[in-house]
Design a protein around this ligand. Structure first.
Ligand code: ATP
Ligand code: MG
Length: 563
């Protein structure tokens, strides 16, 4: 964990901690047991991070427990690749589960509870088609109407449910519904389907079952079986709380867990839906679930976000019942603060042109290397030796033949300081046939390295890299993947993908030491931004660098200023 962000890992007080405090005080509960219940149908995203930080954080703060539960009741969409990525992401974020559970661990018990409801006359096998069920359900303004199959006898329902289980119905030809109230103002209470038929092989239970329990039936019972005290979900499930309680109230189970709803995290420019993320991945517009432009946990990791920065973000956004959309800059500030405090500095030139020191070799202008602090404020991070010579690279944006006073970099007949090295004055430049400057000739001020020299007061500082000893490699710049800050509401996600959101610079030059950078390393490239070693495309001795975040917030905040 980085020191800068260590300050307050405890969850700040919110309405859920208030409820827990009250429950503990009144004796309603004597401990806290939570769970994080993802469906393994995709990789986790920043919205899940909010839920992870809350559920695991509550367990930590109240010395309770938090289970990781895979809500694996839809074998058609689920995959072990997703299970592994979810476990990995939770651990990477810094949390440890009490136990790993699966909803499928409870299939037998869930089936038993379904039989109990049938026996109590509280569930029936319906043979309306899915379309008819929808039509019979009614709307917010129109009550639903009873299915003609609603009043079957217990014996008939038992026999038909058995037939469903034995695979004697086709998919969609029968389902089990709870018998509640077709006129309820809450649509979820209008005889919700609790079991459906799916002929699909389940990752864990194989072909043992062809009937699968629905979310609303499974979730509350799984919570009860695990002894969950506070079951936290998002606001869309507010109405469903009635069904949650109904199921628990009508089956023979000792523990009654309680559901609480908080607002979802919506983040500008980010998709927080696994289904939509999956669409981007399968359409190939991004480089997998861990594309550094995606707000998946794995994408953020590859982008150079640290676990501490994501936890800090979740701490800052808090837990409320108000729906809102968080600005991207709020997330970016967290990683910027972390890296500003902890990332070593390095010099890199993204669009190199040459700078030639004409008087190099003369007395006071003959250094072959400089020892440079790795961090301006943290001497304990040490220094590194960076080679220097007659020919250097500087960025093409750092030289102009002429420019006004606002331009604080190098211009003809003016001085600039080379970062951690000499003051130089541009005397002439060479251009190619198209008129583009390819080299700038300079005179260095003798003995000006790391020192002020009377009569020389350069206004700006620019970074450089030694031509004779540098690392030439690839740097990738990213900006927001979508042209619309609210991609979740777009009808066609692919149409709002910004095709220029990834810019690959193949021939950037960097100080030689960066050649040895390893996956997981992050740097501040001085004056350019924070960069990390890409985990997918780097090779030993040939790291590829991803832009994590710009040095400062700008209008288009992830863009690096190049001019
Ligand atoms: P998705 O549409 O991405 O599949 P989901 O809510 O269906 O989202 P689950 O895998 O079922 O995803 O979610 C696991 C847990 O994470 C749930 O408790 C859910 O409430 C929570 N969660 C998911 N998205 C968000 C979000 N944007 N903000 C807060 N919590 C979220
Ligand atoms: Mg889901």
């Amino acid at each position: 964990m980085s020191d800068s962000l260590k300050k307050e890992e405890r969850i700040p007080r919110n309405f859920i901690t208030d409820i827990i405090d009250e429950d503990l005080k009144s004796g309603k509960e004597d401990h806290v047991a939570t769970r994080f219940p993802p469906e393994p149908n995709g990789y986790l995203h920043i919205g899940h991070a909010k839920s992870i930080c809350l559920n695991f954080g509550l367990a930590r703060d109240y010395q309770g427990t938090c289970n990781l539960r895979f809500d694996d009741t839809n074998p058609v969409k689920e995959d072990m690749e997703y299970v592994r990525s979810i476990e990995n992401d939770v651990e990477w974020l810094g949390f440890k589960w009490n136990e790993i559970r699966h909803s499928s661990d409870y299939f037998e018990r869930l089936y038993g509870y379904a039989l109990e409801l049938i026996d109590k006359g509280l569930a029936y096998v319906d043979e309306l088609s899915p379309d008819e069920i929808r039509e019979y359900r009614g709307t917010l303004t129109k009550p639903g109407k009873n299915s003609p199959y609603r009043d079957r006898s217990v014996e008939e329902n038992r026999a038909l449910f058995e037939k469903m289980k034995q695979g004697e119905f086709e998919e969609g030809k029968a389902c089990l519904r709870a018998k509640i109230d077709m006129a309820s103002p809450f649509i979820c209470m209008r005889d919700p389907v609790i079991y459906r038929i799916r002929y699909a092989t389940h990752e864990l239970t194989g072909d043992k079952w062809c009937i699968y329990p629905m979310y609303d039936f499974t979730h509350c019972i799984s919570d009860a079986i695990e002894g969950i005290t506070h079951s936290i979900c998002t606001l869309e499930f507010q109405d469903n709380r009635r069904l949650y309680d109904w199921v628990i109230d009508h089956i023979s189970i000792d523990h009654h867990p309680h559901q609480y709803e908080m607002s979802r995290l919506n983040l500008e420019y980010a998709l927080t839906s696994k289904r939509k993320l999956n669409l981007l991945v399968t359409s190939g517009v991004v480089d997998g679930w861990d594309d550094p432009r995606l707000a998946t946990i794995s994408g953020l990791r590859r982008r150079g976000y640290t676990p501490a920065s994501i936890r800090e973000f979740c701490r800052r956004i808090g837990v409320t019942k108000q729906e809102n959309t968080v600005e991207l800059s709020a997330l970016e500030s967290c990683i910027r603060e972390d890296l500003n405090a902890n990332a070593p500095r390095a010099m890199a030139v993204l669009h190199p042109i040459k700078l030639i020191i004409d008087n190099y070799g003369e007395a006071g202008v003959d250094a072959t290397s400089f020892s440079i602090p790795n961090h301006p404020d943290r001497p304990e991070m040490g220094e590194r030796l960076v080679s220097f010579g007659k020919e250097l690279y500087i960025d093409e944006s750092d030289f102009r033949e002429e420019a006004n006073k606002q331009y604080k970099r190098l211009k003809l007949n003016h001085e600039v300081r080379l970062r951690n090295a000499y003051i130089v004055k541009a005397v002439s430049c060479e251009k190619d046939s198209s008129g583009k400057v390819v080299a700038v000739h300079c005179e260095a001020v003798p003995n000006s390295a790391g020192a002020n020299v009377e009569g020389h007061k350069p206004k700006g500082v620019i970074q450089w890299v030694d031509v004779s000893n540098c690392y030439r490699g690839k740097v990738i710049l990213y900006s927001t993947l979508f042209t619309d800050p609210n991609p979740g509401s777009a009808d066609d996600i692919l149409s709002i993908v910004d095709r220029n959101s990834k810019i690959e610079i193949n021939d950037a030059v960097m100080e030689a030491g960066l050649k040895n950078a390893k996956c997981g390393d992050s740097f501040q490239f001085e004056r350019e931004g924070y960069f990390c070693v890409d985990s997918k495309n780097s090779k030993d001795g040939a790291p590829v660098f991803n832009l994590t975040v710009a040095l400062r917030e700008s209008k288009k905040s992830t863009e690096v200023a190049t001019n």
